[in-house]
Write a protein that binds this ligand. Structure first.
Ligand code: FES
Length: 167
């Protein structure tokens, strides 16, 4: 009887959804080679291939969270190895800025992660993905679409009555 309960609870366990933006030249290739080498990692990530981590517009990340992602992972070439010279440096600058913004909305640090993973580091994909999934799992669901409903209610209750022109 207890055994059956355990089976049911493990099946019903909440699973985080992680959206991953992987650079075509390094992290995507590493993830591909992890698959070919049968290196198993958590199935919670949905990979989107981009040509460079510098192509990851902050809007992509915000959209992913807004549409229900519990975490976003960006994978790019190591500093100095970007195929477009400095795309990964651009990515790093945006990442740091975006992290401060999402923190101010109460989104925890662990939900947004940037990793440099070269094409030959298939095992690093496994380590990174598994680590991120376990950290986000510990945080619980982000449920941003539901939070939007609450925030909308708050805005209705406390409408902004003055505008810049009125001042
Ligand atoms: S080409 Fe990989 S990060 Fe720019």
């Amino acid at each position: 009887m207890t055994e059956n309960k355990n089976i049911v609870s493990s099946k019903d366990e909440w699973q985080p959804k992680i959206v991953a933006f992987f650079c075509n030249w390094c992290t995507y290739t590493a993830a591909d080679s992890a698959g070919v080498s049968r290196i198993k990692y958590s199935p919670n990530i949905r990979v989107i291939r981009v040509m460079c981590s510098g192509r990851v517009d902050p809007q992509f990340i915000l959209d992913a969270f807004a549409k229900g992602a519990d975490g976003v992972l960006i994978g790019g070439c190591h500093p100095g190895d970007c195929h477009y010279q400095e795309g990964n440096y651009k990515c790093l600058r945006r990442f740091r800025l975006l992290k401060r913004i999402i923190n101010s909305f109460g989104i925890e640090d662990e939900r947004l992660r940037l990793e440099w993973i070269s094409a030959s580091e298939a095992d690093k994909v496994r380590i990174t993905v598994n680590d991120m999934v376990s950290k986000v799992k510990a945080l619980g669901p982000l449920s941003l679409p539901k939070r939007f409903l609450v925030w909308n209610q708050e805005i209705k209750l406390h409408p902004i009555t003055t505008t810049m022109e009125e001042k």
